[in-house]
Design a protein around this ligand. Structure first.
Ligand code: ATP
Length: 447
């Protein structure tokens, strides 16, 4: 059972995101462009940390996965071969009364239009292709049509041979890629959850066919663990296997890692056994032999593929929602006040350390500068001079900064600063010559 969903949580997080420069509506001064969002100075750091954590766990810490960065625009034949031109569709219906469009599979059971409330006014469902079409070169005709990629995976499949031969990797091995994908979603919404432009974190793991079932289990468990390890509580996460009707055309087995969003369970990531579907299709359409010859067993085969496919924006949203908390903190005059705190894992926090001189007086500023210069090569820091120290702690708490370093008048003589912990609010005096090591110890190695 999941904890009860909090309907107000989304508003609080969207407001905080805008107020603190995490995420802005795209084209804001023009009234916004529904379904796309811009990451501000803190948001770009947060999302980059999510992507770095993924890359670290999928590529850096493994010897069986290599990286790739393929182009967004690809030969149109790729999308014919993959099945996207023919089948990458959602069922679309119009309400005859208000003319609003909806995904047929997301309509309420009541048959009422979610926009105008009129009953049984929907048209028959028709298939709507989600790929964005564009034209390459100066002439707009059928021969110049190209698509913005709707997934990063196909860039990996078409490079399978290039990567395998240049790295001399043997199955089981994987190719990981991070990057933008585009889908003309019928009903974007729920903030970063469903947008028309988003970033994916995908890995294709090529295995001997008889090992596919084993590696599927492995990657489902591994990817679930990744979210847990980065701070999403176990009662807000679950693994949901797809039933037969729900499976994509290429998949033999799929399980989603789901998070309990404020509106209910939603997919964070899908792990699929794509069989040899993609390599078979690309071999057929390109005429290239994409099989692998295993010298040890003297066998030639088309590898099966296990794919963990995650979204960087959805994961960022889940980490924000899971981290959002409100509690109480002491004020300077001995009372308590409400505080908003993002309990982000230090690896994800946009700012790792805030440097706060107790006062703006001249005597503390050169020291503040020295401390900032010493810390900058090691951590993303923020120097905040404005306002009472309690207010500055609150500002750092609400963006999830794990540690604050306060420089006070004693620092001039004792060459020590106060390190304050975001979660416990405990404070400890630390000598300046041990500061970098102490902060590293508290934040953990991967910060
Ligand atoms: P959904 O059922 O929610 O549309 P999907 O099953 O089509 O998602 P996949 O094709 O498996 O999604 O894509 C892998 C991941 O990419 C998803 O788990 C999600 O995190 C992310 N993703 C897919 N579509 C979007 C989108 N429109 N906006 C943001 N992230 C997305």
């Amino acid at each position: 059972m999941a904890p009860p969903a909090d309907p107000k949580l989304m508003d609080r997080v969207v407001n905080l995101a805008k107020r603190r420069g995490l995420v802005f509506p795209s084209s804001d001064i023009y009234g916004g462009f529904r379904s796309t969002w811009d990451y501000g100075p803190l948001g770009v750091l947060l999302k980059r940390n999510v992507k770095d954590a993924w890359w670290r766990s999928m590529v850096q810490l493994r010897d069986d996965v290599v990286g790739l960065d393929s182009a967004i625009l690809m030969a149109p034949k790729v999308w014919e071969a993959s099945g996207h031109v023919a089948t990458f569709t959602d069922p679309l219906v119009d309400c005859r009364n208000c003319r609003e469009r909806f995904r047929a599979d997301q309509l309420p059971d009541s048959g009422a239009c979610p926009n105008c409330g009129s009953k049984d006014t929907f048209t028959e469902a028709r298939n709507f292709n989600l790929m964005f079409k564009t034209f390459v070169g100066p002439v707009e005709n059928d021969a110049s049509v190209a698509y913005l990629r709707p997934e990063t995976a196909q860039g990996i499949f078409v490079n399978f041979k290039n990567v395998q031969t240049t790295t001399r990797k043997k199955p089981p091995f994987g190719i990981a890629q991070l990057g933008k994908s585009f889908r003309n979603e019928i009903t974007p919404g729920n903030f970063l959850f469903r947008t028309r432009e988003f970033e994916q974190m995908e890995m294709e793991y090529f295995v001997p066919p008889d090992q596919a079932a084993k590696w599927f289990e492995y990657w489902v468990a591994e990817r679930y663990r990744w979210y847990l390890d980065l701070g999403i509580p176990a009662d807000k996460l679950r693994i949901r296997p797809h039933d037969a009707e729900e499976l994509s055309h290429y998949s033999a087995e799929t399980s989603d890692v789901e998070f309990v969003f404020p509106w209910g369970w939603g997919e964070l990531e899908g792990i699929a056994n794509r069989t040899d579907y993609d390599l078979t299709q690309h071999a057929k359409f390109s005429g290239e032999d994409l099989s692998y010859f295993d010298q040890e067993s003297d066998e030639r085969y088309l590898p099966y593929v296990i794919e963990p496919a995650a979204g960087a924006d959805r994961a960022t949203l889940a980490f924000l929602l899971a981290a959002y908390d409100e509690d109480e903190a002491p004020t300077g005059d001995g009372k308590v006040e409400k505080r908003t705190v993002l309990r982000l894992d230090p690896r994800l926090a946009p700012i790792k350390v805030a440097v706060l001189p107790l006062s703006k007086k001249e005597t503390l500023l050169p020291l503040t500068d020295d401390v900032a210069k010493a810390l900058r090569p090691h951590f993303m820091i923020d120097v905040d001079l404005a306002g009472a120290i309690g207010r500055r702690y609150r500002r750092q708490d609400e963006i999830g900064t794990p540690l604050c370093v306060t420089i006070d008048f004693d620092t001039i003589d004792d060459r020590a600063v106060t390190v304050r912990d975001r979660d416990s609010m405990a404070q400890e005096r630390v000598p300046l010559d041990r500061l970098v090591g102490e902060l590293h110890d508290r934040l953990g190695v991967a910060c």
